[in-house]
Every structure is written in structure tokens, then in C-alpha cells.
Design a binder for this molecule. Structure first.
Ligand code: CP
Ligand code: NVA
Length: 304
């Protein structure tokens, strides 16, 4: 089988993505009905974390176990990774002792260097630039709740971060529209987001205008991991980029609200919205498990 990595959303084709969604649905059904399915027996996933995580670690670790395999957790604090061992050397060694590697790190360049030296598939579990597993789960969740996303409008309110960049790549690949509103100075950078052009998104100065008519409204923390020194400054700059009831009222009447979590109620979103009837955040979080199991299956054994 040809070695395949998932380092950014468009590493998969549109066809692969819809195949994954179909498998995720089947895997979710098996899981809900306590049916054993162990295609990855004796396979090992190594998870490398340079940043904190709850959902990503849990969904990959339990997902791997549910597929019959096992998962090993490494972090930079208590491995040689944090003591200057070259990424290339670490990739050579780790990929000789495992079957698949998931990495959460800082610059995208780190994971790309790792993948170039890896004998096994590498999955991006979040970098400064992208969070592709998150958007697989988000789009799968939208489809579960509302059907096809093609031609729909997704409003992104807040920081043009890793999650936003990945939504934009997905819009190009799956043909939907993005309305993005960020404070001045935090706008989307087409090249950094890995986009072909700007034809699938529009930037709005006023977040209320971005939300208008949207079928999905989504946001994320104002300060992502790695940018903590900007926390105070960002709190005041982003104050008007809060998703509240008034903003949701601008969206389509059937609009759903999503957040990759962890959330800060009273900052990027009000409690009324995230805990309200339009919010699908718990399904969104759970679906990380199901789509990533489909991804592990695809990268390790191909289509079944
Ligand atoms: N959404 C997400 O990736 O959550 P964690 O940081 O908890 O993994
Ligand atoms: N943008 C956030 C996502 C956390 C899951 C961060 O990078 O910290």
C-alpha cells in the first residue's frame, strides 16, 4: 500500500473524504451497538504532544483501542524530543517501532519534516497552521444534522487560526462558502492557509455581516496555544467578535453553532449560544472519535 499522510485537509481527495464519512457512520453504529471490530489488532499508534490536549488524545487513544490496536503517548517534556533530538532522527526511530504516528506540534514545517523521514503514515493532530481532524469531525457533524454542506455558507467569527485555515481548505475541496470576520490585523493569509485562491471565502469587517444568512456559525478561542503572551491584548481586540444570540439571529433560522472546544464562555461565545438549542458542540466533539477511526482504518489498511 502506498504511504499516505494526513498533514493538511487537502491531502485527502474529495472522494476520500466522502468515503471516510461513510465509514465513520458505519463505525459509529458499530460502537453504539457494542459490536467488536478489530481490523488494527497488533497495530500501534504513537501520539506525540508538544501542546496540551483532552479531545485529541482521548479520541485517538480510545479509537485505536476500539479498533483492536494500542496507543502510546509521548510528550516533549519527558522524552528526548524536548532535549533537541532532531525531528528527522526521531521520525526514523519512532516510525520503525510503530504503525502510525499522530503529532500535535507548533509549526507545520515540523510535522512535514517528520513525515518526510517516516516509514509509516503521519497524522496532524494540530499545528499552528492547521487542525484537519477537527474539520473532518465538524463537517461530518454538519451532514448528520443538516445534510450536504455543498453550496452552504459557514461563518467564521474571530481569529484566523489553525481551525479557520482548515475550514477554508475544506471549502475549496468540498465546494461551500466561508464568511470570515476577524479584527483588523488578524485577517486570513491565503498562502499560510494553503489555499489556491480566495474564491471560496469573503472577509467581513463586521461580524454581524459575516453571520448573515449562514447555515453554520463557528468560532474558536481568541488566543490559541503558543500565543499566550498575547492573551491580554487579544482580549480587548477581539471583544466584539463574540458569538451571541443577536449574532445567531442574523444567521439562517436553521443554522447550527459549532466550536472545536475548549471554549471560554463570555469571551468568544456566550453561554446562551453554546449551551442553547442551536449548538451541536457535544456531537461535534464525539465525532472526532468516529471520523478518526475511519481515518486510521483508511491510512493503515486502505478501503475495505
Ligand atoms: N478540539 C481539540 O482538538 O481539543 P483538544 O485540544 O482537547 O485536543
Ligand atoms: N485554535 C486552538 C484550537 C484548540 C483545539 C489552538 O490552537 O489552541
Amino acid at each position: 500500500m502506498k504511504l499516505k499522510h494526513f498533514l493538511q485537509f487537502n491531502d485527502l481527495s474529495k472522494d476520500d473524504i466522502y468515503y471516510l464519512f461513510q465509514r465513520a457512520k458505519w463505525l459509529k453504529d458499530q460502537f453504539k451497538n457494542y459490536k467488536k471490530y478489530w481490523p488494527l489488532e497488533d497495530r500501534t499508534l504513537v501520539m506525540i504532544f508538544e501542546k496540551a490536549s483532552t479531545r485529541t488524545r482521548l479520541s485517538f487513544e480510545s479509537g485505536m483501542q476500539q479498533l483492536g490496536g494500542s496507543a502510546i503517548y509521548l510528550n516533549t517534556k519527558d522524552s528526548q524530543l524536548g532535549r533537541g533530538e532532531p525531528v528527522e532522527d526521531a521520525a526514523q526511530v519512532i516510525s520503525r517501532m510503530s504503525d502510525v504516528v499522530m503529532i500535535r506540534t507548533f509549526e507545520q514545517e515540523i510535522i512535514e519534516r517528520f513525515a518526510e523521514n517516516s516509514r509509516v503514515p503521519v497524522i496532524n493532530g494540530l499545528t499552528n497552521e492547521y487542525h484537519p481532524c477537527q474539520i473532518l469531525a465538524d463537517i461530518y457533524t454538519y451532514i448528520e444534522h443538516r445534510g450536504s454542506i455543498e453550496g452552504k455558507t459557514v461563518a467564521w467569527i474571530g481569529d484566523s487560526n489553525n481551525v479557520c485555515n482548515t475550514w477554508l481548505q475544506a471549502a475549496e475541496l468540498l465546494n461551500f462558502n466561508m464568511h470570515v470576520s476577524t479584527p483588523k490585523g488578524y485577517e486570513v493569509e491565503v498562502e499560510r492557509a494553503g489555499l489556491y485562491d480566495d474564491s471560496h471565502f469573503e472577509q467581513f469587517e463586521n461580524p454581524m455581516d459575516a453571520a448573515k444568512g449562514a447555515h453554520l456559525v463557528t468560532t474558536d478561542v481568541w488566543t490559541s496555544m503558543g500565543y499566550e503572551s498575547e492573551l491580554k491584548e487579544r482580549k480587548s481586540i477581539f471583544a466584539d467578535w463574540q458569538v451571541d444570540k443577536e449574532m445567531m439571529n442574523e444567521a439562517d433560522k436553521d443554522a447550527v453553532f459549532m466550536h472545536c472546544l475548549p471554549a471560554h464562555r463570555g469571551e468568544e461565545v456566550t453561554a446562551e449560544v453554546i449551551d442553547g438549542p442551536q449548538s451541536v458542540v457535544w456531537d461535534e466533539a464525539e465525532n472526532r472519535l468516529h471520523v478518526q477511526k475511519a481515518l486510521l482504518e483508511l491510512l493503515l489498511i486502505g478501503r475495505v
